[in-house]
Design a protein around this ligand. Structure first.
Ligand SMILES: NC(=O)c1ccc[n+]([C@@H]2O[C@H](COP(=O)([O-])OP(=O)(O)OC[C@H]3O[C@@H](n4cnc5c(N)ncnc54)[C@H](O)[C@@H]3O)[C@@H](O)[C@H]2O)c1
Length: 459
């Protein structure tokens, strides 16, 4: 099977727009929803597949639970033009489509190996409906070797077909920042694509060029593309760990880290990220674990990656310790009412996966704090919060009578807060976004601290 010289970009675009080559997207979550929307916007006939009845029900009404700009509009247009179908049956979706994009989650198992259960499930269903000439693309971030060593054998066994000879296999890491996913896929970065061999790579390059205005960066192997995505995440995790370390150092020497950082980053080789109360989400804290797991098996030192993970994991405890200082220590904190600002793992999103707020709550509970409230403008209910922790989207309710407010997520709504909105509470800014001049003496901030200057010159 060789598409070189036969399939042109124009021919494929025609097949996709006519519905002759339908695109099935498996997993309509933070990645699959915007990716479906992107293909709908490109004129494709899209089949959305998910195992959650609620996700399916919403999609059939042209809705997604992911607050991602442009997705609902694309779903609605797709339904109106009869180009968007929603299937529960993954095998039928495979039979009815030419392209199958796997967008189900891959998390880390107890801090070690990757949980590939959903990918294996979907790959097996796709394999059962696979036809000669079909294309399968794996999109989640995965340990290097997953496409070749896990997904391809499942597809081949289930279908009796052979990759490169009978079907195409691609790896295409999703490069998105929640909240602007469609823009990221369509126009912000090139799509990174790799194939199981030259035939697949050539098909993948043509296919993704139909939606990526920045073009396609085709790399030599799926393992390379898988590693590329992990490098993006590890770079950020390590950089944030460096920022956290330097922020703590600056606090001790009485220097405003933020001012020093701005000045340092004016030099083009310096890109220090932002320190904060912890690194959450389904991506950055997870990808280094894939690398560390493989490194342990191969007995390769990845000390910086490991240390950075530990530094970032220690930040919720550090934030609680610093905040407690404003109430003269942890003993006073035990009887206090504490309000945490932000349950989302970062500002501007409603995604709470691996949010540092959960760890801050654990730390507060370790020192027996009984009255904990959480405010979030975008998260209105959450099953993972302990039952005695109150969640509200009403800021006045959240801070009423509070002794301590700790800002954890950098939601834009928090940026202009001042002491009039936070009552008499002591305030600790775990993201460094508040203006200290708008608060009184009982204010602390990561990278600014409250500690006195250490006389370095005296040793
Ligand atoms: N969230 C991000 O910003 C982001 C960015 C880049 C890459 N990624 C990668 O994408 C992967 C997917 O992440 P997400 O954020 O979209 O996850 P998500 O949890 O938001 O969505 C996954 C969807 O898949 C569905 N699903 C789970 N198992 C299924 C199965 N067996 N069959 C059918 N549907 C199933 C779920 O019901 C859910 O709707 C992540 O593991 C990550 O590696 C995520």
């Amino acid at each position: 099977m060789n598409n070189n010289g036969r399939l042109t970009r124009a021919t494929l675009a025609k097949k996709i727009k006519s519905g002759e080559a339908k695109v099935a997207v498996y997993g309509l979550g933070h990645v699959g929803s915007p990716l479906s929307a992107v293909w709908l916007r490109a004129g494709a006939h899209v089949i959305g597949v998910d195992k959650s009845p609620l996700v399916l029900e919403n999609a059939r009404k042209g809705r997604t639970h992911i607050p991602e700009p442009g997705v609902n509009e694309a779903f609605k247009l797709g339904l109106k033009e009869k180009r968007f179908s929603v299937y529960e049956d993954p095998v039928r979706a495979s039979r009815d489509s030419r392209f199958k994009l796997i967008c189900v989650p891959v998390l880390a198992f107890g801090g070690s190996s990757a949980d590939l259960a959903a990918v294996k499930d979907v790959a097996s269903a796709i394999g059962n409906g696979l036809k000669p000439g079909d294309t399968v693309s794996l999109n989640p971030s995965v340990p290097p070797g997953t496409s070749e060593d896990v997904v391809v054998p499942i597809l081949e066994n289930a279908s009796g077909l052979k990759v490169e000879n009978d079907f195409y296999m691609l790896y295409n890491p999703e490069r998105i920042y929640e909240g602007r996913a469609i823009e990221d896929i369509e126009q912000r970065y090139p799509a990174v694509v790799a194939g199981a061999g030259p035939n697949s790579a050539s098909m993948g390059t043509i296919f993704y060029s139909l939606v990526s205005k920045k073009g396609v960066l085709t790399v030599s192997s799926m393992r390379t593309a898988e590693t590329e995505k992990l490098l993006e995440g590890v770079y950020r995790d390590v950089n944030i760990a460096l920022a956290n370390e330097m922020a703590k150092f600056c606090e001790r020497i009485g220097v405003d880290f933020w001012e020093a950082r701005d000045a340092a980053n004016s030099q083009p080789f310096c890109h220090i990220h932002r320190p904060g109360a912890g690194v959450g989400g389904a991506c950055i804290p997870v990808y280094p674990q894939f690398i560390l797991y493989a490194a342990d098996m191969l007995k390769v030192d990845c000390n910086i990656t490991r240390l950075s993970r530990n530094v970032n994991d220690s930040m919720p405890a550090y934030v609680v310790e610093q905040a407690a200082k404003m109430l003269d220590g942890k003993d006073n904190l035990a009887g206090a009412t504490v309000t945490l600002l932000g349950l989302a793992f970062r500002g501007g999103v409603s995604d709470t996966r691996l949010s540092p707020t959960y760890k801050v709550i654990e730390e507060l509970k370790k020192i027996k704090v009984k009255h904990i409230r959480v405010h979030d403008p975008l998260v209105t209910n959450d099953r993972d919060l302990p039952s005695d922790v109150l969640l509200t989207s009403d800021l006045a309710d959240a801070v009423k009578g509070a002794d301590l407010v700790i800002l954890i997520a950098d939601h834009p709504e928090y940026r202009n807060l001042d002491s009039t909105k936070l009552g008499d509470a002591a305030v600790y800014d775990g993201r460094g976004i508040l203006d200290p001049s708008k608060f009184g003496l009982r204010f602390g901030s990561i990278g600014r601290g409250q500690s006195t200057r250490t006389a370095l010159s005296r040793g």
